[in-house]
Write a protein that binds this ligand. Sequence first.
Ligand SMILES: NC(=O)c1ccc[n+]([C@@H]2O[C@H](COP(=O)([O-])OP(=O)(O)OC[C@H]3O[C@@H](n4cnc5c(N)ncnc54)[C@H](OP(=O)(O)O)[C@@H]3O)[C@@H](O)[C@H]2O)c1
Length: 291
Amino acid sequence: MKVLILGAGGLTGRYLVKEAGRRGMEVIAFPHAQLDITQADSARTVLEKMKPDWVVNAAAFTRLEDCEVNPLQSRDINARAPAEWAKECGKSGVRFIHLSTDYVFDGKKNSAYLPSDPVSPLSRYGKDKAEGERQVMRANPDALIVRLAWIFGHGGKTFMSQLPAILADKDVVELAGGRTGSCTYAGEAARMILDLAARGAREIHHAVGAGQVTWKIFAEKTIERMRNQNRRVVCREIRELSPESIPGLHASRPPFSVLDISMTEMFLGRKIPSWEQGLEEYLTEIGLSRI
Ligand SMILES: NC(=O)c1ccc[n+]([C@@H]2O[C@H](COP(=O)([O-])OP(=O)(O)OC[C@H]3O[C@@H](n4cnc5c(N)ncnc54)[C@H](OP(=O)(O)O)[C@@H]3O)[C@@H](O)[C@H]2O)c1
């Protein structure tokens, strides 16, 4: 089984490369520097040359504020190019797996979002990811779309990825409040994505750690787990700020974006571990210094 991973240098891409390798798959990993998915004819040329069985698209323009100011680039990377890859994969009989986000929702629902719930994105990023989902499905109805949310993992630039190091270093930690969502350890995300693909899943699936979370709860749990593991914690206070008061956060984010995973659990035939279990695995992975 040969799997080609686009955006292989990103947070999820790196874990996918590792997990696919661990499963004995032949992995072709293309980080951005080696392959720009928006390049004309890149899909057809690469598929012809590499002949993969699966393509996983972990490439995306994920910086929300940058998407607002570069809408054409966001549209190109998050919608047009994935559709082109989906179409070419369909023509060549290659399985296409595309990653998406909880930010396709507006957060007005007060229970967990189902994969079939109508999308209503608030930000440029969310709109283009939603458009990407639509275009991918239209171009290749056999494609699998996996929605993730608030990913954390080693070397990640996301706030949750960096939080353990921040808590080990800063006395007072300020973070965005007012938002409840799902979160996902990138290692578990990679396992779920490859399991779904291996079981022949199609259309949209949600793949996040079980349970729901706010950044404050995540930070408190991280402190508790770090202390249990005898890691150094300097943080003595966590302050929740309203997102509007945080400079530079001008893209709208849904206040509630918990994703329902019951369909995915049924499809996989297993319970998805809680986000706390993912956090434990992450803290063990990164080590950090002992007290
Ligand atoms: N991060 C989250 O919390 C989160 C939450 C929900 C869903 N998701 C979704 O999960 C997927 C993976 O996200 P991630 O967190 O792993 O993102 P990431 O760490 O930002 O990785 C995305 C990768 O795509 C690369 N890339 C950007 N433009 C490209 C292009 N034109 N051609 C090829 N590669 C390109 C980036 O390279 P450069 O760094 O060089 O631009 C980066 O290495 C995305 O579909 C994202 O929408 C992420």
